[in-house]
Write a protein that binds this ligand. Sequence first.
Ligand code: GLC
Length: 738
Amino acid sequence: MSTKFFSALSIILAVCACCPKTGKPVYLDPSKPLEERVEDALSRMTMEEKLAMTHAQSKFSSAGVPRLGIPELWHTDGPHGIRPEVLWDEWDQAGWTNDSCTAFPALVNLAATWDRDLSLLYGNCIGEEARYREKDILLGPGINMGRTPLNGRTFEYMGEDPYLAGQLVVPYVKGVQTNGVAACVKHYAVNNQEVRRTATSSNLDDRTLYEIYLPAFKAAVVEGGAWAIMGSYNLYNNQFNCHNKRLLCDILKGEWGFDGVVISDWGGCRDDDEAVTNGLDIEMGTWTNGLRGAASDSYSNYHLANPYLERLRDGRATQEVLDDKARRILRTVFRTSMSPEQHFGSFNSPEHYAAARKIAAQGIVLLKNDGALPLNVPDGGKILVVGENAYKMMVVGGGSSNLKTKYEVIPLDALREAFDGKADVVWERGYVGDVTTDYNKVVTGQDLSESRSADQLMADAVASAADADIVLYIGGLNKSKNQDNEGTDREDIVLPYGQDRLIEALAATGKKMVVVNISGSPVAMPWADKVNAIVQGWYGGSESGHALVDVLTGAVNPSGKLPFTMPLALADGPLKTERQYPGIQEEGKDWWQEYYDEGVFIGYRWYSSKGIPVCYPFGHGLSYTTFDIADARVKRSGNGFKVMATLKNTGSVAGAEVVQLYVSDVEASVERPVKELKGFEKVYLEPGQSRKVEFTLDRQALSFFDAEKHAWVAEPGEFHALLGTSSEDIKADLTFTL
Ligand code: GLC
């Protein structure tokens, strides 16, 4: 039968399937239940139309069904803001003048807030910006676990603990999707490094997979209702993750009942047959048959294009698998661009910049303070600011999360604004980090050129300290190659560009000194004992300068907590061998092999279980006020337990504390971490105010994953509930028996 016949037939079907009430075909009637719309649309589609939707038609879009008035799906980076428009077939920016966005803080900064409400605010704001830019799928958030501090994309993720990431990804996803935009949670899964990210197999046991690397994704899907998941570049147990049967079919769509779409990372689809059968729904960014970039016919060469058509025609591929892909894609369209609720979104609004500033500030972590903060400078005094990160714009760079923002407030400008007429703010660069000012046509307009030598730069900074009332160092990393950047990992956690030497030299002047580390991942701080205060700033987005100065001046009382451990040295960590990281080559294996031999012992699970001292522990963060946790107790409740306590602000200024609950299973048949985060609550209190906090521990919270039984097991015996303000700062140790 000719396609013309089918088209005519489908139109006749469309007419007779019209809904008598509205006269519209069911799929076009937004008042109809989602699944009815999906089935009606599917019934009208030809095989070729279904197939066309399963792969890209441009760099960032996948086909709809023009004949039925079903629009294409537009995908956009990234987790921190809406990427500037690119050309149809290129990575290059299109050079639009109306696509500068609000740059929100890096997700590690959001994680450091430990605040579920702020995560919802973040998701809603970025979802509004995506909707306004008519994007249906936001390629974010990223929630891969911090297995190594070297991971180049640590700044894009939410730390080293599955519970923290799981609790924060849920509101983010809901916030995004309330705008009729699909959150595409990435990179699924066990994608924990950038070194050889497209050629390394992550090999690990099921207990580790289910206890550490899956929980945040499961929360995003089961609790957050994520509509999309991005397969990652790497392999898991030697099958590529964009068509990994176990991860996509057995676990994601099987065990978790995921009804959305699996989208490949750009270029992550690597095999014709597996792409069809192993759970991939939309293939994006592929360079098939060696074609790279935008060869005119490259889209028909996609694995889910002509090769798939051949398999459908010769019977190697089934209609029902194609229909399942098409259903999931149609469901995504009816949830987004054809949603019953019409959303307009908003872009660059004052509310979005205010949200960016608030989230950035609430995630800034005060690591150490002997009273030097909040800044207290005599009238007419001099603040010497040293460091490239006081000046360099940070919204740019880092890879696919690179953004073009309407404006970025740098720390130096925010300081000059705050101390205008009060103190002299003098800047010395101190070192040269990265002089790039053009990021794929996003041009910062800054002049980062420098003629002075490293020694001269340091001498100038030290000399300028002589008559300063305080030295405010603002350095760290900068999202350039190997310094928090997609595609490259860091090579150590030591600060680059000779910064340690510079900080030591400045500290040696004896001047009061505050160090602000701007980074998205842990750095070593060998000078921590030689300075008066240390602040972990982050890539805070468009309002980062204001957020930082809000905290430094005390306008905002810091309440951030580290979402990852700040180790003393990389060697103290759990990854000791090449086979653990970055992987090895093995006889007869096509791909690099990496073994997660450390099992569940990553991050604080490692350091606390092995008694290894760290620079600053997971969950650590100080305040300008003080808090007390009292009346802690635990009682049985149903088939679980309740843990209660009273938090009091015992200081003189309002502030927030994050009460953290860790569980310790002291009688287990397997080796368990000495503590695991199973609850947290961020509480804002006025001076003198108290608030009860209460946590519920169900059996799941007490369980470990038993790979043999393929089930979570809570063994009877003694447990401890540890209440504290960091993973090390435990205020109450409550014993109970299951
Ligand atoms: C990149 C990244 C992914 C991004 C995609 C599209 O390689 O891995 O996070 O969303 O390609 O830019």
